[in-house]
Design a protein around this ligand. Structure first.
Ligand code: NOJ
Length: 754
């Protein structure tokens, strides 16, 4: 009962207009429509099914398809996911608009995570660019393509903070840091939604998975989450809040329980925080079946109870549980659910449909001619190339092996991913055509002069058998038949480029691993190649941080290229040959060992942080505490040096500002870009504070030898956190501020907040 009272109190959100979702004229139309709707029709708006059925094909033969069509005509369905293409979406829309009594259009949703047809790097890779304008552009292109194919709504951005690389979904987010995560979340929302949701090239975004999904125990997908309010507020929620502030139209809740309550049934998360404190005016869609999954969670006895709990908690739309369509009507009629809650949920859904312009013209996004034109737009490939190369992180370059000598006579390109045209497309490839990426081999072939011979040998396959979105991968652990040819190719080459890493379907949903090294025979192949040629550049293509200390040790150069999208091969080649000077920085630390996980650079100090000549300090006895490559790390073909930071004052008032400036110098011999990073440490708090937290970054391009003053401005609000008093505010006291090129190598100064 308590929950029910709370919910009614939070029906009317506060700061709605700031998010741009609420407009008086639209609200009037929503109210007028709501008044005409029967309870059945209201429930219909909250019901979403997936359709992989061929809506453009021959007349439906399957019962399921007929049933679905009937439900659309009866107004029992508000949304479909996984219908794509202008023609298919138009046909489905016709059923709703011409078949149903109130002609309420359907909203079509799809996972457009890192591109629709043109693929961009996986989001974790994109975050490595630390370039918000590029990240926004990538979402803009994805939205333009999706909107032209009749899609109204993407289930992105995924903003789950992720600190455990065992979790396969780390590739979908922006990594371990809440500040970077918040900036990237807002950039992606801006990119998908543009300035006007009603424009025909924008789509509604959906911030997900709300909340805590990235903290599943031991990195296992869907696993139990037990988070303190402290970590929830300080670490998990900031990117969600940033997306809401950026005007995100929808949110998706998550599969996990959190502190004993499934997120889908959480009044605290959905009613109190999201819709209450933050005034979110859009709607919340459940994750796939997550309402029904409250039964196996052991939170409710059956689907009917699940429907009640989810509705009371503020889950507005039911994705694929069929809980609302089966039970909500009865629950309202019996008085178990207040109809006001249903009205509020429907109002939120209709609000977004109106804002998308669907009531003005339900077919406006489904234009086959536009679809054809937009999907073939060559500027999208150019954008994909720019984003892919900016996402590449140079992890090691000893002895200046890179950039590669343009006069090389023979380059051997070896490894299971060297000629792979599919894996670079990544794990959430929407409507990308299989095998459509530029491979590493093709990129190198296109970049060299006719005087250079490029020889290729796969060496060993990474996986065997079926691969794909829903299949478990089987790795190749015994077929070495390609080793001899690879060794032969390496023997005669001036330099070897090895494409190693992960299959495109090795990260993503349901793809947790206990081991985050190189799978299959990859390391063995590398060792065999190293026997005959020491000049080896490892190009990693992967969706998660890898723990590969042996590999890093063994070779002179390591390039982290992620699953880089449609243009991956060209982007990597531009970096390898120095046509593009890499500037990416890691958005997630790379551990030395899986046993260090979960890990983040912004950990707390502990009471025993420092080494003592006994065992009694916080450490591992068999490995260092430090990761292999820290958050924010990435090299360049030039070098940068930082002066000590200069502060504009030693004290800062609550309403004042503090300027932190450093002189950044390109101390090498090539032009390059550096991501200058600002970190802060709050020395003492009402709750303990991290050893450092990112609070700003700037990407600065400098010619060889050039210096520039880089200025960061800090406000008290930048120092705010969720205090012991349960308030989001800064506490007075002493702070340290650090500036540098990664989270480890920093120069510091001190100030205090009055
Ligand atoms: C389940 C995933 O968790 C979610 O991220 C996705 O949007 C839905 N499936 C729909 O495909």
């Amino acid at each position: 009962m308590k929950a029910l009272l709370l919910t009614v109190a939070t029906l009317v959100p506060g700061a709605l207009c700031a998010q741009g979702l609420v407009d008086a004229a639209v609200e009037k139309k929503v109210d007028a429509l709501l008044r005409q709707m029967s309870l059945e029709e209201k429930v219909g708006q909250l019901n979403q099914y997936s359709s992989n059925l061929d809506l453009t094909g021959p007349a439906p033969t399957q019962g399921a398809q007929k049933e679905m069509f009937d439900q659309v005509r009866q107004g029992k369905l508000g949304s479909l996911l996984n219908v794509t293409g202008a023609e298919a979406t138009r046909k489905a829309q016709e059923l709703a608009v011409e078949g149903s009594r109130l002609k309420i259009p359907l909203i079509f949703g799809l996972d457009v995570i890192h591109g629709y047809r043109t693929m961009f790097p996986v989001p974790l890779g994109e975050a490595a660019s630390f370039d918000l304008a590029l990240i926004e552009r990538s979402a803009r292109v994805a939205a333009t393509e999706a909107a032209a194919a009749g899609v109204h709504w993407t289930f992105a951005p995924m903003v789950d903070i992720a600190r455990d690389a065992r979790w396969g979904r780390v590739m979908e987010g922006a990594g371990e840091d809440p500040f970077l995560g918040a900036q990237v979340a807002a950039a992606r929302v801006r990119g998908f939604q543009g300035k006007d949701l009603a424009a025909i090239d924008t789509i509604a975004a959906c911030v997900k998975h709300y909340a805590g999904y990235g903290f599943g125990q031991a990195g296992r997908d869907y696993n139990t989450v037990d988070l303190s309010e402290h970590t929830l507020r300080n670490v998990v929620l900031p990117p969600f809040k940033a997306a809401v502030d950026a005007g995100v139209a929808t949110a998706m809740n998550s599969f996990n329980e959190i502190g004993g309550v499934p997120a889908t049934g959480s009044v605290h998360l959905q009613r109190e925080i999201l819709k209450g404190e933050w005034g979110f005016a859009g709607f919340v869609v459940s994750d796939w079946g997550s309402i029904g999954e409250m039964v196996p969670h052991g939170y409710v006895e059956n689907l009917e109870q699940a429907a009640r709990v989810a509705m009371v908690a503020g889950s507005d739309m039911d994705m694929e549980s069929r809980a609302y369509v089966s039970h909500l009507l009865g629950l309202v009629r019996s008085g178990a659910v207040d109809e006001k809650l249903v009205d509020d949920a429907v109002r939120r859904v209709l609000r977004v449909k109106f804002r998308l312009g669907l009531f003005d013209d339900p077919y406006r996004y489904s234009d086959a001619a536009r679809e054809q034109r937009v999907l073939a737009d060559p500027t999208h490939q150019t954008a994909a190339l720019e984003v892919a190369r900016a996402s590449i992180v140079l992890l090691k370059n000893e002895g200046g092996l890179l950039p590669l000598d343009k006069g090389a006579r023979t380059i051997a390109v070896i490894g299971p991913l060297a000629a792979d045209k599919d894996s670079p497309l990544g794990g959430w490839r929407a409507q990308a055509q299989s095998n459509s990426a530029v491979s590493l081999l093709e990129g190198i072939q296109a970049a060299v002069s006719p005087a250079t011979r490029v020889v290729h040998a796969e060496g060993a396959k990474l996986a065997k058998g079926r691969r794909g979105f829903v299949f478990e991968l089987t790795f190749n652990t015994d077929d070495r038949s390609g080793f001899a040819a690879a060794v032969e190719a390496a023997r005669g080459a001036d330099v070897v480029v090895m494409g190693l890493g992960e299959d495109g379907f090795q990260t993503g949903e349901g793809r947790s691993q206990v081991d985050i090294g190189l799978k299959g025979l990859q390391e063995e192949l590398l060792r065999a190649v190293l026997e005959v040629n020491k000049k080896v550049v490892v190009v990693l293509m992967n969706g998660r941080p890898l723990a590969i200390p042996g590999v890093v040790e063994a070779v002179s150069a390591v390039v982290e290229a992620w699953h880089g999208g449609s243009q991956a091969g060209h982007a990597i080649a531009q970096v390898l040959f120095g046509h593009y000077n890499p500037s990416g920085k890691l958005p997630m630390s790379f551990p030395r060992h899986v046993g260090q996980l979960p890990f983040s650079y912004d950990h707390k100090s502990t009471g025993r942080p420092n080494p003592v000549p006994m065992v009694f300090w916080s450490h591992y006895t068999d490995a260092p505490n430090e990761p292999q490559f820290p958050f924010g790390f990435g090299l360049s073909y030039t070098t940068f040096s930082y002066s000590d930071p200069l502060l504009s004052a030693a004290e800062m008032s609550r309403d004042g500002e503090l300027r932190v400036s450093v002189t950044l110098t390109n101390s090498g011999s090539r032009a390059g870009a550096e991501v200058a990073q600002l970190y802060v440490r709050d020395l003492v708090g009402s709750v303990t504070r991290p050893v450092k937290e990112l609070k700003g970054f700037q990407k600065v391009e400098l010619a060889a030898g050039e210096s520039r003053e880089v200025v960061f401005t800090l406000k008290a609000s930048d120092l705010a956190f969720y205090t012991a008093a349960g308030r989001w505010e800064a506490e007075p006291g002493a702070f340290k501020v650090f500036v540098g090129g990664n989270s480890r190598d920093l120069k510091g100064a001190g100030f205090s907040l009055r």
